[in-house]
Ligand binder design. Structure first.
Ligand code: CP
Ligand code: NVA
Length: 301
């Protein structure tokens, strides 16, 4: 059978994604009893990080350790990747030594090339296009509070970035309505948007996007690699902050999510991220459990 990769939510069927979320919730309970066993004993995950990370690195490393396996952190600074060894050759070599490869990089096309030359599963730990592992955690966080998200309404406020694109894919796979409020010039990927059809609406008005929404989500205004655009983005995004007025427009029981790291006073006020609607700490923790379910799905016998 061809090796399965997880480069985007679209690589798995809706049923597979729902099964992963259910398993993640089970694994969370098992971990609390220290009873998740060692399904990946002696297995090794190679982790290539071309951008910074706290959550993704720690959650994958902890996941492999808790499952009886091991993870190796690889950065371009001290591997041959940083000295120009082709990504295809890196994929061929790593995949003869490790059981799976996680990659965080810039161009999405790079992870596709790596996967095309890998004998083992490749997992997307964030590219400029999408961040699918974060969506597994976000969906787990929703499901454990409210059950299935099908038929609900999600409001995305802010940049049409990799997280926004991932929510567009999630709207398709999990069958929810998505309203995106972003400034002109910062729209999400047009192909992903077109493929999502009528499930996704684009507006320039945060109140219109948030009205009655069950879940409100945002992310930084300047992503990794866009640091030089920070000042311009602060001006362009000034009207796209998630504040109390936005949360007041949403449904009374609405949740607030943010993949983190967050900038209080920019994309979200302290009042919201530290307030009663916010589930960002569970969301961060669920990276661990959701990725354990993913690793088990891709690797366990
Ligand atoms: N949310 C997320 O991916 O965080 P890190 O950049 O810390 O991995
Ligand atoms: N959009 C952000 C997400 C960080 C987890 C970035 O790409 O930097």
């Amino acid at each position: 059978m061809a090796v399965r990769h997880f480069l985007s939510l679209l690589d798995f069927t809706p049923d597979e994604l729902r099964a992963l979320i259910a398993r993640a919730i089970e694994l969370k309970a098992l971990q609390q009893q220290h009873a998740c066993g060692e399904p990946l004993k002696n297995r090794v995950l190679g982790m290539v990080f071309e951008k910074s990370s706290t959550r993704t690195r720690v959650s994958f490393e902890a996941a492999m350790a808790q499952f009886g396996g091991h993870a190796i952190f690889l950065s371009p600074r001290d591997t041959q990747l940083g000295r120009g060894e082709p990504i295809e050759d890196t994929a061929r070599v790593l995949s003869r030594m490790v059981d799976a490869i996680m990659v965080r990089t810039f161009e999405h096309e790079k992870i596709e090339r790596l996967a095309a030359h890998s004998r083992v599963p490749v997992i997307n730990g964030l590219t400029d296009l999408v961040h699918p592992c974060q969506l597994l955690a976000d969906m787990q966080t929703w499901f454990e509070r409210h059950g299935d998200i099908a038929g609900r309404t999600v409001a995305w406020i802010g940049d049409g970035n990799n997280m926004c694109n991932s929510y567009i894919n999630a709207a398709r796979q999990f069958d929810f309505a998505l309203r995106i409020a972003c400034p002109e010039g910062y729209d999400p990927d047009p192909r992903l948007l077109a493929a999502a059809g009528g499930r996704v609406e684009l507006t320039r008005d945060t109140q219109a996007a948030a009205a009655g929404a069950d879940l409100v989500v945002t992310d930084v205004w300047a992503s990794m690699g866009q640091e030089e655009e920070q000042a311009r983005r602060e001006r362009d995004f000034a009207a796209f902050q998630v504040d109390a007025a936005v949360m007041d427009a949403a449904a009374p029981e609405s949740l607030f999510m943010h993949c983190l790291p967050a900038h209080r006073g920019e994309e979200v006020t302290a009042e919201v991220i530290d307030g009663p609607h916010s589930v960002v700490w569970d969301e961060a923790e669920n990276r661990l459990h959701a990725q354990k379910a993913l690793l088990e799905f891709l690797l366990a016998d």
